[in-house]
Write a protein that binds this ligand. Structure first.
Ligand SMILES: *Cc1c(COP(=O)(O)O)cnc(C)c1O
Length: 454
């Protein structure tokens, strides 16, 4: 079989998979034991022809593939993948560019620079922000907070790149009690441990309580949140920006999915003040609906960003021209995938209007979910300001049981969380594919699961 035939056949496998999404259960159908039985075995001594490898992969992995691209997948905050982005992602693999250096892929570098400008406009960021294309919001936090660490210490007369953290002035890091765990891990990787965190209490939606926010002087970083992972709630970013400006603190925004509210004229108000932040972390793989993995860090201080990330080595061909950007100087990775291509394709295929529609459509479906479940006797625990719905069906234990039944039923998939000491069901609507009918079918399945007697 020629390479062309192999790719054609693979495209057919891919299309077959997408066509099964309507009818197959959203959950996986095989246990870990079953998957090890079909996918495992000894290290192959000899190779096999590519076609049989791909065909066997499709057969053997199939039962363990989750219907994440389905319009009825509502777990975590996942996002789907728009067709143009999937196709561009395939080409990214075929082209196999090394986007670390301009010399390793001029088109990759230019596309990333073009998207930088488009994304700044869509997300309401200052036009001059620098960008890093990384694996996810986790590494976007690492990148942005490394720039923050560099800058707040430089302001205190300390060069962290040269001297490290030993003996450095302490950095106060102020975070909300409902921050995402990836903030803590990013700080840990940067040598800032748990005892350096000052945790601000939050209100019933998970928003930082501003009456408890104190920044003081000295090197400080404050992390605000645009989109709490359970409720979708936004911190009062405007007030945090004021406090940060007064204290001379670095203001970082975790907007993994919530930053995309800026793409909607109807929702942009939720982000008031975000434009005054010093750095932002978000995802392409969540609400822009590009395939995994795709994270984005933005920084209002390109010099600090670059100082925190840049490398020099005699064998690297650095172009030195601003229009021929070497990504190694902006990301924690060295060699890297050309993640700009799928982002570029998603933006071109949707346009500004299509992205606004995607975001608003998900929010409308989240409100529809909340209304249907409430009408069926469930308690909606959050103000549905965005795409997240937090629900309790009776008490926490009944909710936990209902979630297990919903997952087993397979009409849709979602999971739970602890909210104020009791279990709750989380629903995240973040996929372009989700229709009103998907929501109606799923709400009916949830209410049926909740009505089974204990
Ligand atoms: C998903 C999420 C993250 C982590 O993003 P990854 O892309 O999974 O690394 C961080 N913060 C919030 C608010 C999130 O929802």
């Amino acid at each position: 079989m020629s390479e062309r035939e192999l790719l054609r056949r693979t495209a057919d496998h891919a299309a077959d998979f997408l066509e099964t999404l309507e009818t197959r259960p959203v959950r996986p159908e095989a246990s870990a034991d079953e998957l090890f039985a079909t996918l495992g075995g000894p290290l192959p001594e000899r190779g096999s022809d590519p076609q049989s490898v791909v065909d066997a992969l499709v057969d053997d992995a199939g039962p363990g593939i989750v219907g994440i691209p389905s319009g009825r997948y509502f777990g975590f905050v996942i996002g789907g993948a728009v067709p143009a982005a999937v196709a561009a992602d395939w080409l990214t693999s075929v082209w196999d560019q090394n986007a670390g250096l301009y010399a390793g892929g001029p088109s990759a570098a230019v596309v990333e620079e073009v998207c930088r400008g488009w994304l700044a406009e869509l997300l309401g960021l200052p036009a001059g922000v620098s960008v890093a294309y990384v694996t996810g919001c986790q590494m976007a936090h690492v990148t942005a907070l490394a720039a923050a660490r560099h800058q707040v210490l430089a302001q205190a007369g300390w060069d962290v790149a040269r001297d490290g953290l030993a003996g450095a002035p302490p950095i106060r890091v102020v975070v909300g009690a409902k921050r995402h765990v990836t903030i803590d891990r990013a700080l840990r990787l940067l040598g800032i441990g748990a005892t350096s965190l000052e945790v601000v209490p939050v209100d019933d939606q998970g928003r930082m309580r501003l009456d408890e926010l104190r920044l003081g002087d000295g090197p400080a970083i404050v992390c605000g949140q645009a989109g709490e992972v359970n409720t979708g709630a936004f911190d009062d970013l405007d007030a945090i920006a004021d406090a940060a400006a007064e204290a001379g603190a670095w203001f970082h925004v975790d907007g993994a999915f919530g930053l995309w509210a800026a793409a909607s004229p109807a929702l942009r108000h939720l982000l008031k003040g975000s434009e005054r932040a010093d750095s932002w972390a978000t995802d392409g793989h969540k609400w822009l609906n590009v395939p995994y993995d795709s994270g984005l860090a933005f920084c209002a201080h390109p010099d600090a960003h670059r100082a925190a990330m840049s490398v020099t080595a005699s064998y690297l061909v650095h172009s030195g021209d601003d229009r021929e950007r070497d990504q190694v100087d902006w990301t924690p990775e060295f060699s890297r995938r050309a993640r700009g291509f799928p982002i570029y394709a998603a933006i071109r295929s949707l346009g500004r209007a299509g992205i606004a529609e995607l975001v608003e459509g998900c929010c409308a479906n989240a409100r529809r979910f909340a209304a249907l479940l409430e009408a069926g006797g469930a308690t909606v625990l959050n103000d549905v300001v965005l795409n997240q719905v937090l629900v309790r069906l009776g008490d926490g234990d009944r909710t936990r049981e209902a979630i297990a039944r919903v997952q087993q039923d397979g009409t849709c998939w979602l999971s739970g969380t602890d909210w104020n000491g009791e279990h709750a069901m989380r629903i995240s609507v973040s996929n372009w594919r989700t229709t009103a009918e998907d929501v109606e079918r799923s709400a009916a399945a949830i209410l049926a699961a909740a009505s089974v007697p204990a």
